[in-house]
Structures are given as C-alpha cells and as structure tokens.
Write a protein that binds this ligand. Structure first.
Ligand SMILES: NC(=O)c1ccc[n+]([C@@H]2O[C@H](COP(=O)([O-])OP(=O)(O)OC[C@H]3O[C@@H](n4cnc5c(N)ncnc54)[C@H](OP(=O)(O)O)[C@@H]3O)[C@@H](O)[C@H]2O)c1
Length: 310
C-alpha cells in the first residue's frame, strides 16, 4: 500500500510536533511524515517522544526547513525521497503581543515574514507539483485571531487575517486540480507559543503611555483566565487536522473549539463592526468597566463570550 506522504512545518514543539507524532504513530501505518524544523538542533524532543510512542523507524524523518528562506524550503522539498507530498501542513508561526508602538520594526517584519510570506513561500514550493499530479491536501494552522481582531495582537491578527484571505482564495481556485485547502482554526492551545513570542511578552512597554500599559495589564489578566479556563491540549487539536485530512470533500474551515464562534459570528451579523467592537471591549476590559462605572467601557453582558489571545 502506498503511504500518504505528509510534510509539516514548525515541528520543534507544539501543534506541529504533536501532529507529526500522531500521524507517524498511527496504527494504520499509512503515513510517512516529514517533520520539518527551522533549526535541526531542536529535534531532540521530537525523537524522544517518537521513541516513547513507538513510532516505526521509517514513519518519521526530520528535515531542516526555515519558512523565511526559499532555498531552505526548496532543499527540503528535494529531500522528500518519494518525490511527492500528498499532504502539506503549513503550521510554522510566531506570535507578537503588546501595544503596537512597543514593537520593534524588526519584530513586526519577522512575524509577517514567518506567518504570511513564509506560508506563501511554502505553498509556492509545493503547489505546482500537486497541480501537475492533480491531487493534494493543504492544511494550514489558522487562528481565531485570523477571524476577529484581538487587542494587543494587532500584527499577529493582521498576519492571521492574511492567511484567511490566502487560503480562501486558493480554496476557490484549486478544487479543479484535485487540491483541497483547509484551515484548522485554533483557539488557545497549550504549547510553547507564549514562550516564543517575538520580542518577548509585550515589547518595549516604556514606549507607550500609562493608560495603554494599564489596559495591557487588564488584557494579560484576561488572557490568563481564558487560557486557564479554555485552552486545549495539542493532542485534541491534532484530531481536528485528522478529520480534515480524512474528509472526502474537505471544508475550508474546521474549528478546534466552538467556544469563540459567537464573537466571530457577530462580525458577520453586523458588518458595521459596532457590535463586535463593543462585545470585544466588554469581554476583554470587563474589569476596567467595573472600576470605571457607567463612564467606562460598558458593563460585561451576562454570558458574554470570552475573547482569546490567539
Ligand atoms: N498555541 C496557540 O494558542 C495557538 C492558537 C491559534 C493558532 N496557533 C498557531 O499554531 C501554529 C503552531 O503554534 P504552536 O502553538 O504549536 O506554538 P509553538 O510550539 O511555538 O510552535 C511554532 C512552531 O513554528 C516554528 N517556527 C517559527 N518560525 C519558523 C520559521 N522561520 N521556519 C520554520 N518554523 C518556524 C517554531 O520553531 P522554533 O522553535 O524553531 O522557533 C515552532 O516549531 C502557529 O501558526 C500559531 O500561530 C497557536
């Protein structure tokens, strides 16, 4: 039986690593997984976990792939011995958190380069062959931050909104080539993501004013609570990738959780954006409005949906 060849970006930790292990250890033994990493020196934990899970030795291979470097992407593609990738998973990503004016220009460029241009580079490298073969699946790790604006995540959200447009455009074009593009929209997931934020947590906060710093501290408190109450394990999220991968006619979007959909729907129900902005302000800065009373941002509505950091 010919195995399904899967190549995943960003496998040093988190969702990418768990997905690589899940597929490589699948009892069907029907996957050959190329787990790619920006820096192969970080591959130790992946192999340790592969041994612990009993992944068959020929089910998993690691390759260097830095999505910022098209030569690195092309070199990884050339090292796929089967000569084809059936399923491409664009997962590599970086976060950027804090007031906009606190971000170094290099941090902004880096996040846009990894999250947007990096995904484009990866797709450019693998789509032409899929088109020639008239077959392929593309799974992209999306985010609720790509479906709604989150305060203090402006650049990250801009990058993930861009991914939505990229994937939606391709999803319209590619079915006649036998290629399906699916976004796996994740809410908060327990990974190393928060520890690897570009520029650290918040950026240069002394570059901003006292009120913004105060709102940022409220936001951080809100995030801690939302993470504590709602974050998913990567194992749970990887099952959603499998659902998309196995669907005969995959949808454009799959959601790891339905918890944040009421806020996302609000954006579409009121295209002026007023309802969404008000609801998001209430959800995130609820503590502030309690402190400020009627003149504040508005009291939280009972049962108001939570807003997520990612
Ligand atoms: N965790 C969440 O709450 C959450 C929620 C929604 C969406 N997401 C998305 O999920 C994806 C995976 O994130 P995660 O949560 O699993 O966090 P993670 O553990 O930090 O994983 C991110 C992966 O991307 C890799 N990466 C960063 N820059 C790269 C580059 N230039 N080239 C190749 N790989 C690169 C990282 O490698 P290094 O270790 O080498 O930097 C790491 O392996 C991201 O796209 C993120 O936006 C995460």
């Amino acid at each position: 039986m010919e195995r399904t060849v899967v190549l995943i970006t960003g496998c040093s930790s988190g969702i990418g690593q768990h997905l690589a292990l899940r597929l490589a250890s699948d009892p069907s033994r029907s996957f050959k997984v190329y787990a790619t990493l920006r820096d192969l020196r970080a591959q130790g934990p992946l192999w340790e976990a592969a041994r612990a899970r009993g992944c068959p030795p020929d089910s998993l291979e690691t390759l260097q792939l830095d999505v910022r470097d098209s030569d690195s992407v092309a070199a990884a593609r050339a090292r796929v011995t089967e000569g084809r990738v059936d399923v491409l998973v664009c997962n590599a990503g970086r976060g950027l958190l804090g007031p906009l004016e606190a971000h170094a220009a290099s941090a902004v460029s880096s996040v846009l380069d990894v999250n947007v241009a990096g995904t484009v580079r990866t797709l450019q490298a693998f789509l032409p062959d899929m088109k020639r073969r008239r077959s392929g699946r593309v799974l992209v790790t999306g985010s609720m931050g790509g479906l709604m604006g989150l305060p203090f995540n402006a650049v990250y959200c801009a990058s993930k909104f861009a991914i939505e447009g990229l994937c939606e455009s391709l999803a319209v074009l590619l079915p006649p080539f036998g290629i399906h593009v699916s976004l796996i929209e994740c809410g908060p997931v327990r990974t190393a993501f928060q520890d690897k934020l570009e520029g650290g947590p918040g950026g240069a906060l002394d570059c901003t004013d006292a009120q913004t710093r105060h709102l940022f501290s409220l936001y951080q408190r809100h995030c801690e609570r939302v993470f504590r109450e709602t974050a998913q394990d990567p194992e749970e999220v990887t099952e959603v990738f499998l659902t998309a991968l196995r669907a005969p006619q995959p949808a454009l979007r799959y959601f790891s959780t339905e918890r944040f959909l009421p806020l996302a729907r609000l954006r579409l129900d009121d295209l002026s954006g007023r309802s969404f902005v008000a609801a998001m302000q209430r959800a995130v800065f609820a503590d502030e409005s309690a402190e400020a009373g009627a003149g504040g941002l508005g009291a939280p509505e009972p049962g108001a949906p939570p807003a997520t950091p990612q």
